[in-house]
Design a protein around this ligand. Structure first.
Ligand code: IMP
Ligand code: MG
Length: 172
């Protein structure tokens, strides 16, 4: 595994994102909403970074599926689980590990907007802008990455490598 973004750079950037997002939020309360499972590591770290920046955080999750076991999106989004809590009138931050084609976050955004939140912002830990096929307004990005299949910090290959504390690229 080649390390593309080190653990130290990730930690520093997530702390910055906490401050950046806290400043952009209309109030000091937010509901983080993430599509399982890729969002969980970033969501957990960002929740604590937001806490450090003075924001009260709730979390909720969607379960969507766009990838099979391979490295290419199937193109179809399947919703396996919607939100548990009522986000009507709440300030929501949609959070994911990577925005690639944009299909996942575009679908999640439309879905959440139908639930009538007071506001909706989007944070993606990694952004692969060269791969975008669907326009999505992403408000906060951790790092831009080139068109490589990356692993770690939530990003998986057939459910493996999510726990890596760095962003890596498989060499073999
Ligand atoms: P999109 O719908 O094409 O934007 O894809 C978003 C989802 O695909 C992310 O939530 C990731 O789970 C997954 N994904 C996209 N690129 C990668 C990658 O390089 N490594 C691992 N997962 C990826
Ligand atoms: Mg994912």
């Amino acid at each position: 595994m080649d390390v593309l973004i080190s653990r130290e750079r990730i930690q520093a950037r997530v702390a910055e994102l906490g401050v950046e997002i806290a400043a952009a939020l209309p109030t000091n309360e937010v509901v983080l909403v993430g599509p399982l499972k890729g969002c969980v590591i970033f969501c957990a770290d960002l929740a604590r970074a937001l806490h450090d920046a003075g924001v009260a955080v709730e979390m909720d999750f969607l379960e969507l599926s766009s990838y099979g076991a391979g490295t290419e999106s199937s193109g179809t989004i399947e919703c396996r689980k919607t939100l548990t809590d009522d986000v009507r009138g709440r300030h929501v931050l949609l959070v994911d590990d990577i925005i690639d084609t944009g299909r996942t976050l575009a679908w999640a955004r439309e879905h959440i907007l139908e639930l009538e939140p007071a506001s909706l912002r989007i944070a993606a830990f990694l952004d692969k802008p060269s791969r975008r096929t669907v326009e999505v307004p992403v408000d906060h990005v951790g790092f831009e990455v080139p068109d490589l299949f990356v692993l770690g910090y939530g990003a998986d290959l057939a459910q493996r490598y999510r726990e890596l504390p760095y962003i890596g690229v498989k060499t073999d």
